[in-house]
Design a protein around this ligand. Structure first.
Ligand code: ZN
Length: 394
């Protein structure tokens, strides 16, 4: 049995129409409260035990339990219910549109397509009366687009109850991710000495010194990171994000702050990147003795390296072959997801999800057929992992 196209479109349409912009990114954003209430009622309609856990006011996780027919491990299907903002969308963001095989709307792929696939997969397990030796926990978490307070809360309070996790993010059911990059948000701060414009012997120009740092960072990227991509996780992420500094036209700038996003490959830590930035400071100081710089790490997320997830990978790959006709390979990703937090909590984890595009931009889309395929792949994967022993008569 497979969910119909109408059922898939209907649920996803409803999820997208509920504003759940993360207030971490967009102050005043709606948060996940309303979508969590909708999900709770939806799960309760077919008998799941549902709890809402308020991580912060207006920032709930929804945990829906399908209890097995006999004891066994618990498989967690997890997706995030928040979205980025919709400044790029005019007024179309929350009005999903179906064009052929695509649905277009805010968060339709990232990650409400993943939410819908997990929700529909667990409902199919109920509808088909599949005997399960173990439990399914569907976790719809808050704030992945912010700083992942939802998954942090989930693993802090429930890691002991979860044996395996499939984290759903939209990359397409033709590929399975067993690892991905980590990343850091780092502020690079260069200090100058403020002085009257007529006093160059007193002033130290923080902006000119920062320019030297930026030039060298860019060179490190073009000579080291870009030409040497990780075979599975791609080029190490690096880009500048924000810059601010100086006080006025008439004064030597006292300070510049550059915000960057920078990646780490499995086996690396953010401290490796910080050491490279500090080596750049030393270089600039040789040329500009009055240079003064410091690094402040704002967010540090380790890479994801799946461990102990062999049974999960095998069941998932078998299901992709059964549903899609081709076996999805296991590879890595040049982005970070909550999968890293599950694995860090000791839960064997894989990353998987329906195919989409234009994430965090206007005209974000998801493939409806691939969302339906993902639903069926999840259903089969859980049924395999929690296969109840067959009791024969006599
Ligand atoms: Zn996402």
């Amino acid at each position: 049995m497979t969910v119909s196209r109408e059922e898939a479109i209907d649920l996803l349409d409803k999820l997208v129409r509920i504003d759940s912009v993360t207030p971490w990114l967009i102050p005043g954003g709606a948060g996940e409260g309303e979508v969590a209430t909708f999900m709770k009622h939806w799960f309760e309609e077919f008998g799941l035990d549902v709890i809402i856990e308020e991580v912060e006011p207006g920032r709930p996780n929804v945990l829906a339990w399908l209890r097995g027919t006999s004891p066994g491990p618990t498989v967690c299907l997890s997706a995030h219910s928040d979205t980025v903002g919709y400044a790029n969308w005019a007024d179309r963001a929350l009005v999903p549109e179906v064009k052929g095989d695509l649905m277009i709307g805010l968060g339709v792929a990232d990650d409400k397509g993943g939410c819908a696939a997990a929700m529909l997969a667990v409902r199919e397990l109920v509808r088909t009366n599949t005997p399960l030796a173990g439990n399914v926990l569907v976790a719809m978490v808050a704030d992945e687009e912010g700083v992942s307070i939802g998954t942090e809360h989930l693993v802090a309070h429930h890691a002991d109850e979860i044996d395996l996790a499939i984290n759903l993010e939209p990359e397409g059911s033709h590929v399975i991710f067993g690892e991905h990059q980590g990343f850091g948000w780092i502020d690079i701060i260069v200090h100058g000495v403020p002085a009257h414009g007529s006093a160059p012997e007193k002033g130290v120009d923080a902006i000119v010194h920062m320019a030297e740092v930026i030039t060298r960072l860019h060179r490190l990227d073009t000579t080291t990171w870009t030409p040497n991509p990780d075979p599975r996780n791609g080029r190490t992420v690096f880009h500048t994000g924000t810059i601010s500094g100086g006080t006025d036209y008439a004064t030597y700038p006292n300070k510049v702050v550059l915000g960057i996003e920078i990646g780490t490959q499995p086996g690396e830590r953010l401290t490796d990147r910080v050491a490279e930035i500090e080596a750049i400071f030393d270089e600039v100081r040789q040329q500009e003795p009055r240079f003064s710089g410091e690094v402040q790490v704002r967010l540090d997320r380790d890479p994801f390296t799946g461990q102990g997830n062999e049974a999960l990978l095998a069941a998932l790959a078998d299901a992709t072959e059964a549903v899609n006709g081709t076996r999805s390979p296991v590879t890595g990703l040049n982005a970070w997801t909550d999968a890293a937090l599950f694995q860090e909590a000791g839960i064997p984890t894989v990353l998987f999800g329906p195919e989409g595009g234009n994430y965090h931009a206007a005209d974000e889309w998801v493939s409806i057929p691939d969302m339906i395929a993902t639903t069926e792949i999840l259903r089969q994967t859980v049924a395999t992992l929690l296969a109840a022993p067959v009791h024969s008569a006599g």
